[in-house]
Design a protein around this ligand. Sequence first.
Ligand code: TYD
Length: 137
Amino acid sequence: MADFEQKVQIIQLPKFLDERGNLSFLESGKHIPFKIGRCYWIYDVPGGCLRGSHAFKTQQEFIVALSGSFDVVIHDGVEERRYSLSRSYYGLYLPPMHYRTLDNFSTNSLALVVSSAGFTEEDYIRDFDEFIREVRK
Ligand code: TYD
C-alpha cells in the first residue's frame, strides 16, 4: 500500500496525454489508499439539485468528476470546506466520518464514487446533528 495520509485530500491520477484522446486510471492501494469494494456514479442531476448529505461510519471514498463539474462540501465536525472538482485526472479522497454533500452540478456532469465497501444502509449517518454528536465523541 502506498504511503498516503488518511485525511481529506486531492489526489492526482496518472494522465497519458495522447492526440487520439487522453487516458487516466486508478488502482486500489496504489493511487487511492484503500481496496475498492464498489463503484457507483451520479448523473443526469437536474440543475440546483443536491446529492449526498450524509457521512459514512466506516467507508472511505474517492470522488472524481469524470465529466463536467460539481462541488463536494465536507464537514469534519469542526469546520466546513468546499472542493470543486472539474477534471477527470484528479479526485477527492474522504476518510470515514466526514459529512459530505455534492452540489453545484454542471449540465451533463458525471460523478464517479469509488468506495472501500459494498452498499449498506447501516454505514450511513444521514442526520447532521447525529453526525456532530458522533464525531465529537
Ligand atoms: P444514496 O447514497 O442515499 O444517495 P444520496 O445520498 O445522493 O441521496 O443512494 C440512494 C439510494 O440508492 C439508496 O437509498 C439505495 C440505493 N443505492 C444502492 O442500492 N447501492 C449503492 O451503492 C448506492 C450508492 C445507493
